[in-house]
Design a protein around this ligand. Structure first.
Ligand code: SF4
Length: 434
């Protein structure tokens, strides 16, 4: 019998859990350094007590930046085997979390298979699943129906749930008054908004927050406070709707912490580069340092087909300014359900962003690999270069396909290779070019 309900409660009682020990080791920290961060909510360890095969990860702005991969079937693409292939590839490429956003068919077997086989943190959005689970129109669902689905996910072993608790009835008028270009682009947020409009009732995730906290406490499910009003285009960034919701998310964070429930806060969205840092600072202040989980942000609206790049640019800036967790974006964003290659491209782009931010933040152990890569490049040690590369397969393929005549160059400059010339010049050797 555990003497604690959640990782936060354990840390507050001074209990060093196995999960905390593993996270400290991965982050090159001592347990004494990590414990107060978990106790205060600045770091979360998303580890549902029923997710038996989890390889625990810590999420917090002072730790290595973590990456989430969204997967799951939709009505138009319903191949669960393909989704499982994407999960395996995502974990192989270094994804720390998988969110199952399935919105078609019987979602239970896939979710349970994922939790029984996948060591990454598993997240879900119970409001989507509510419609699928009951096979009923949104407006016929009751607050109790939504809460029962949260309990089902918690029992199944989901490590974190996105709940759109931050919009309330007042938000309906606000959205109408402020005339956003893109209104609400959060899928879960739009469902909660539509449910409030159709039923005339208060947001059940807000109204019954205490009951939800009891469920999350029992299974140690981290709440990811969804930002229904995250900007869906540059024009809507940092507007009243976004900031007003963030203030409410800050209040809910405190209420969750009173019950030892771990919390992350979700953030933008689409945002011009010059607003990102300020947004990260505001969130950190309003939410008392709770880890910030951002989708991108995408720094321009005009690159469909390349939004893994627009998101990675924003992600790198966001994480270097305090975001802890980056949701990947694929080239298929705004266009289609991502295929396996899109998933790969999205993960690699976000891994680059996360790593670049970790270097800038001075996260322990982040920088050394870059120095190893530079040394290997100078020595033309290709094997070490592959070991240091974020995507060794692609790097190796490009070199092999376009092999140079001489091993101590690449086919870009051949014997005009600056590295080769400098190595030879500094060693006092003759430099043959022709
Ligand atoms: S050939 Fe040019 S691009 Fe290639 S390693 Fe040498 S300097 Fe770099």
């Amino acid at each position: 019998m555990r003497e604690y309900a959640t990782q936060m409660e354990a840390a507050r009682k001074g209990i060093i859990t196995e999960e905390l020990k593993k996270v400290a080791e991965k982050e090159l920290m001592t347990v004494e350094e990590l414990l107060p961060l978990v106790a205060s909510g600045k770091v979360v360890i998303c580890a549902n007590k029923n997710h038996k095969c989890i390889d625990p990860q810590g999420v917090g702005s002072m730790l290595k930046t973590k990456i989430n991969v969204n997967l799951g079937v939709s009505r138009d693409c319903k191949d669960y085997d393909m989704e499982m292939k994407k999960v395996i590839e995502a974990v192989k490429l270094g994804a720390h979390a998988i969110m199952d956003l399935s919105s078609h068919g019987d979602t239970i077997p896939f979710r349970r298979k994922l939790i029984s086989e996948c060591p990454a943190m598993i997240g879900t959005v119970p409001v989507y699943d509510s419609v699928i689970h009951y096979q009923r129109d949104l407006d016929t669902l009751t607050a109790k129906d939504f809460i029962d689905v949260i309990r089902l996910h918690a029992e199944d072993g989901v490590d974190f749930v996105t709940l759109h608790c931050g919009i309330i009835r007042k938000t309906i008028e606000q959205i109408k008054t402020y005339k956003r270009k893109m209104n609400i682009v959060s899928r879960g947020g739009s469902l909660v908004f539509a449910w409030m409009c159709m039923t005339g009732e208060e947001n059940p995730f807000y109204e019954y927050f205490d009951e939800i906290l009891d469920i999350c406490r029992e299974y140690d499910v981290t709440i990811s406070l969804g930002d229904a009003c995250r900007p869906g285009c540059l024009a809507d960034a940092s507007d009243v709707c976004q900031i007003e919701e963030l203030v409410r998310l800050g209040e809910l964070t405190k209420r969750a912490w009173e019950k030892d429930v771990q919390v992350m806060v979700e953030g933008p969205g689409h945002m011009p580069i010059d607003q990102i840092e300020a947004n990260m600072k505001i969130q950190q202040t309003i939410c008392n340092g709770a880890p910030f989980y951002v989708l991108g942000p995408l720094v321009t609206d005009i690159a469909p087909g390349y939004d893994h790049i627009t998101a990675a640019i924003g992600g790198a800036i966001a994480a270097s300014a305090g975001a802890a967790f980056l949701c990947y974006v694929t080239p298929a964003e705004h266009l289609a359900l991502p295929n396996l290659e899109d998933v790969k491209q999205g993960i690699i782009a976000m891994k680059i962003a996360a790593h670049a931010a970790d270097i800038a933040k001075g996260v322990r152990g982040a920088r050394e690999i870059d120095d190893r890569m530079a040394d290997a490049r100078r020595r033309f040690d290709w094997e070490t270069q592959w070991k240091c590369a974020i995507d060794p397969e692609t790097a190796k393929r490009i070199r092999t396909e376009r092999k140079p005549e001489y091993e101590d160059t690449c086919s870009m400059c051949g014997k005009f290779c600056a590295v080769r010339s400098m190595n030879k010049a500094l060693a006092g050797e003759h430099i043959d070019i022709l």
